[in-house]
Structures are given as C-alpha cells and as structure tokens.
Ligand binder design. Sequence first.
Ligand code: NAD
Length: 260
Amino acid sequence: MLKGKTAVVTGSTSGIGLGIANALAAQGADILLNGFGDAPQIRALTQGLAAEHGVRVVHSAADISVASEVVAMVGQCVEAFGRIDILVNNAGIQHTATVRDFPDDKWEQILAVNLSSNFYAIKAAMPHMRSRNWGRIINIASAHGLVASATKSAYVAAKHGVVGLTKVVALETAHSGVTCNAICPGWVLTPLVQKQINDRAAREGISEGEARMRLLADKQPSKAFVTPEQIGGIAAFLCSPDADQIRGTTLSVDGGWTAQ
Ligand code: NAD
C-alpha cells in the first residue's frame, strides 16, 4: 500500500514509535527512524527493519527538543529518499510532580519535545507534501490529550496542545490530499510507562506486578495494555485511502479510559 512512499517517525528507537515504524515498513514505506540509543542497538534496528520488509531505513539522531534539529531531520529524509509523505510525531517524555513541585526546566523540556517539535516538523514537511498533493500527518497525543490526571501538568498541557494543533493543521489542509489526525493511546507498556510502574511499586511498597495492575485499574477499564503493534496498525490505516476524509480528529485507543 505504501510502496514508493517515505515516513519520518520521531522517537522510533523504542516503544510505540518502533511499532509504528514496523507497521509502515510492512506496508512498503521507506523509513527515517529517529531517537536515542546506543550505536549497535540502532544499527540492529535499522538493518533489521530494512531486511525484514525490503525497504530503505535511515536513522536521524536529531534531538527534537531543538527546532533546528527537527528541520534538519526532515531535510535528511528528503535528501535520503527524495521525498517525505508521512510524518508521525511520536517522540514524547514524561515527568510527574504536583504543579507546586514541578521543576521549570522539566516543564520547558516536555513542552519542547511533546508539542513544539510537532509544530516545527509539520512546518518543515508541509511544502513537500503539498507539492505532491498527498500527505499524512499523524500526531501521537494521548488519553491525556483529552482528559487530565494529577501530577502531569506539562504532559497534559502539551498533549491537549497537540490535539489543538492537529485540528488547525487539518483545517488548513482540508482542500488538499494532506490529512492530519491524532491517535490518543491509553496505557501502553513501554519504557515510559515502566518507569511509572517502578516508581509506584517503590512508593507504595508493592511488587512490580501489583503496581502494574493498580496502574491499569485506576484508568483503563479493559485492564489490558494497548500494544505498540495496535497503534502501528491504526497509523497504517490512517495512511490508507479509506482514511482520506478522516481529518482533524482524535482516535482513542485506550481500553475505555476516556469513555468514563
Ligand atoms: P518510549 O520512552 O518507549 O519512547 C520514546 C522515544 O522517543 C524513544 O525512541 C526516545 O529515544 C525518543 N526521544 C525522547 N526524547 C527525544 C528527543 N528529545 N529527541 C528525539 N527523540 C527523543 O515512549 P513511548 O511510551 O513509546 O511513547 C511514545 C509516544 O506515545 C509519546 O509521545 C508518549 O507521550 C505517547 N503515549 C504513550 C503512552 C504509553 O502508555 N506508553 C500512552 C499515551 C501516549
């Protein structure tokens, strides 16, 4: 379905981003992986993806909290593959503390990574998409783009911002072949969530398994984690012709979290 197309997936050396990169590569898209990790791990990822799906894969080590690095990453994709058709703004970070105790630098960093990077990447990719009158912009927001939780001020503010940005971009591209939507996952068991499970186990003096169950029970009625593969499948669907008129919306994949 995506043969001849190219995708930039930010934060795709781990977790959800890797699931999305896999799903798009499986459809034939060439992939620019972005994210941190040690060199052998990243080499294994790029070579593995390329070999498994018969696509071209390059890696960008851009720190997407820096606008100029985001622009350079989009440029690297165009230089390597000649085009950018799909942009998945996925990279994200978390820090939990009440507003009173929330460090200013953490606030700035979360806003930069989780929100501002999306703006800079979209701005850089848009002319390339418009020139071919086809494009897919998929922003990985969160259940926290729709509802809030205590101790997550920066994350919730950034993710609500992502949902707002998604709507604006969708309206600005409504008469074109470029679409922009947001996916809003609930709990997915990735390193980002594992840290919250470990913190909870330590805080409440319980086992990791019990902390995992309590985390799910608090928010996610299905009491089952969403998987990176499922998010990847939804991203691939958004790239299909069936999704041509899905514009400016949020797709909740949250085990019922936001139905409550
Ligand atoms: P993760 O920690 O497994 O992966 C994060 C990725 O982002 C890694 O590849 C990391 O190297 C990269 N990254 C971090 N900071 C970066 C930076 N400054 N520049 C470039 N790359 C950077 O996280 P995840 O759980 O897979 O989260 C992916 C996205 O999904 C995030 O936006 C997160 O907010 C969102 N999300 C996650 C969950 C969940 O339960 N895991 C739920 C809802 C939304």
